[in-house]
Write a protein of this length. Structure first.
Length: 137
């Protein structure tokens, strides 16, 4: 079963999200949207948020704009809690960039409990610090 929107559905929402991801280069949707660093997609249960997110992630993947994606799913073990979120993102980023891979490997070597550590520790050690160090290169 495909997790993408049917063709010609939710077009305006998907275009707005894509424009935000592209830095509002496709259309100036609003100054507030252009300056936002996080986009929150909200709706009632069953409205199709996950399907829209999968669609946008697929579009971004085709344009090589995805470093990682993670979708929570209350019915799937490993996707039903935040515990695997940052270790998954770190692994994905490591596959894309050898410098990040080196930094993540060093962090895990220094603290082997990181993959099961509290999520804030995981974020800082597996994502934030490696990416900040790479940004300086």
């Amino acid at each position: 079963m495909s997790r993408s929107c049917l063709k010609n559905t939710r077009v305006k929402l998907i275009e707005r999200m894509a424009a935000w991801i592209d830095g509002c280069s496709q259309q100036d949707t609003s100054k507030q949207l252009a300056e936002a660093t996080i986009m929150l997609l909200t709706a009632v249960a069953g409205a199709g948020k996950t399907t829209v997110a999968h669609t946008v992630a697929g579009i971004c993947a085709e344009k090589h704009q995805v470093g990682s994606s993670f979708f929570f799913d209350h019915e799937t073990e490993g996707r039903n809690s935040p515990q695997a979120l940052f270790s998954t993102i770190a692994a994905d980023l490591s596959r894309r960039d050898s410098h990040i891979a080196e930094r993540v490997a060093m962090a895990i070597k220094e603290d082997g409990s990181l993959p099961s550590a509290p999520i804030m520790n995981q974020f800082v050690e597996l994502i934030l610090k490696p990416c900040r160090l790479i940004d300086r290169l």
